[in-house]
Write a protein that binds this ligand. Structure first.
Ligand SMILES: Nc1ncnc2c1ncn2[C@@H]1O[C@H](COP(=O)(O)OP(=O)(O)O)[C@@H](O)[C@H]1O
Ligand SMILES: [Mg+2]
Length: 369
């Protein structure tokens, strides 16, 4: 089954998509990435999404507009496809996520209209997977662990460095949790201090020096030190939080590049600290997500991790594709009515996830568009 999988992460850097052939032979699921790509957001959509998620005081009209603009952006993917697809899945864009969301039965909210995509493809589109997990007592995140156990070997720690960092532990029962900020603070500081969207390849961080006082302060972070299961988002590592760090950094007389180096060290060290405390004894660390391209972060992980560190490319999945491939697998599991969540979210029940647009099931469109 060919699945077009589109994801939009908390980095708000745009859509990552993959066309994945997912199949099952004698009970074991295999996959092949047929095509992949990234699609940036328009300036309007990016600033709208950041304004809604950073400030939390958006109007209903803002959310409505972002929902449909995002839906329109999804339409830019089908013309790029070189393969026919049987189905599509969209992760939704998280606007709001309460830590421990599912525990109180509320608190995760995604947007992005998929109906125009279903019409354009003429195929069903699966979305809103997180809501099913919340209904089952989970936090709605992280969802990728169930797919990681199909993509990567048993015994490994799989790390995703997106806006937030999270890890999957592939044991007989797969688990996983968010560690803390991934690229979110680095991206935010790069925008404020350099007017750039990211520290490409970690070049700025490599030119700076880590301020140990600020790093120790950051490492006392309540979320980083809390026990799993745990998940977080922009609500915690917000612009207000970043500004308070920048004020502190200025008091220490730090340069711009020292600030980027220290925030990048915080990303790496908070990941390592979570691995040591909650995932000890493992020998293989597989890194994916956009942060895998930041060689400052990767080198710091290499020097701090006891075993070998590699990117997901070693397993045939490029770091910027892993999340989309994972959602394609979760989609496959769900439409085949198999469980697609895992204990990583804290869910009490493991079950198929999401809802499906009905349009693509009709044989012929009633009206030719
Ligand atoms: N070449 C690169 N060098 C450094 N960082 C990168 C590079 N490419 C991507 N990134 C980082 O990865 C982020 C996007 O990662 P992604 O996995 O898409 O996260 P999310 O799932 O949160 O959207 C960018 O915002 C940027 O910080
Ligand atoms: Mg992204």
């Amino acid at each position: 089954m060919n699945v077009l999988s589109i994801v939009s992460g908390t980095s708000t850097d745009g859509l990552s998509w993959s066309c994945v052939d997912v199949d099952e032979t004698s009970g074991s699921i295999g996959f092949e990435v047929l095509q992949k790509g990234n699609r940036g957001f328009s300036r309007e959509l990016k600033s709208l999404l950041l304004r809604i998620t950073n400030q939390g005081n958006a109007s209903l009209a803002d959310i409505d507009r972002a929902h449909w603009l995002l839906g329109r952006t999804l339409l830019s993917v089908p013309p790029l496809l070189r393969h026919s697809v049987d189905m599509a899945v969209f992760s939704g864009h998280t606007l709001h996520h309460v830590e421990q969301a599912g525990r109180s039965g509320l608190g995760t909210f995604q947007i992005g209209a998929v109906e125009p995509l279903a019409l354009k493809l003429g195929k069903p589109v699966v979305t809103d997977m997180r809501y099913t997990d919340v209904a089952a007592g989970g936090m709605g995140a992280p969802l990728v662990p169930a797919a990681d156990s199909i993509m990567f070997p048993e015994g490994a720690v799989v790390l995703n460095i997106g806006g937030i960092s999270n890890i999957t532990l592939i044991d007989r029962e797969v688990t996983g949790f968010d560690c803390g900020p991934g690229n979110m603070l680095i991206d935010g500081a790069m925008k404020i201090l350099y007017g750039r969207s990211m520290d490409r390849n970690g070049t700025v961080a490599k030119s700076g020096t880590v301020n140990q006082h600020l790093l120790s302060f950051l490492m006392r972070d309540e979320f980083v030190n809390s026990r799993p299961p745990k998940s977080t988002g922009r609500e915690r590592y917000s612009v207000a939080y970043l500004n308070s760090i920048l004020t502190k950094a200025r008091k220490y007389g730090m340069t711009r590049r020292d600030i980027i180096a220290t925030l990048s060290a915080f990303t790496s060290d908070s990941i390592l600290s979570n691995i040591v405390r909650f995932a000890g004894g493992r020998e293989t660390l597989i890194v994916a997500g956009g942060g895998a391209y930041n060689s400052y972060i990767l080198e710091r992980l290499r020097s701090g991790f006891r075993g070998s560190v590699m990117t997901s490319s070693a397993y045939g999945v490029d770091p910027d594709t892993r999340e989309a491939v994972a959602f394609a697998i979760l989609c496959y599991l769900s439409v085949n009515l198999k469980p697609a969540n895992s204990r990583a979210t804290g869910a009490k029940t493991l079950l198929p996830l999401g809802r499906i647009t009905l349009y693509g099931f009709s044989r012929k469109p009633a009206v030719c568009l």
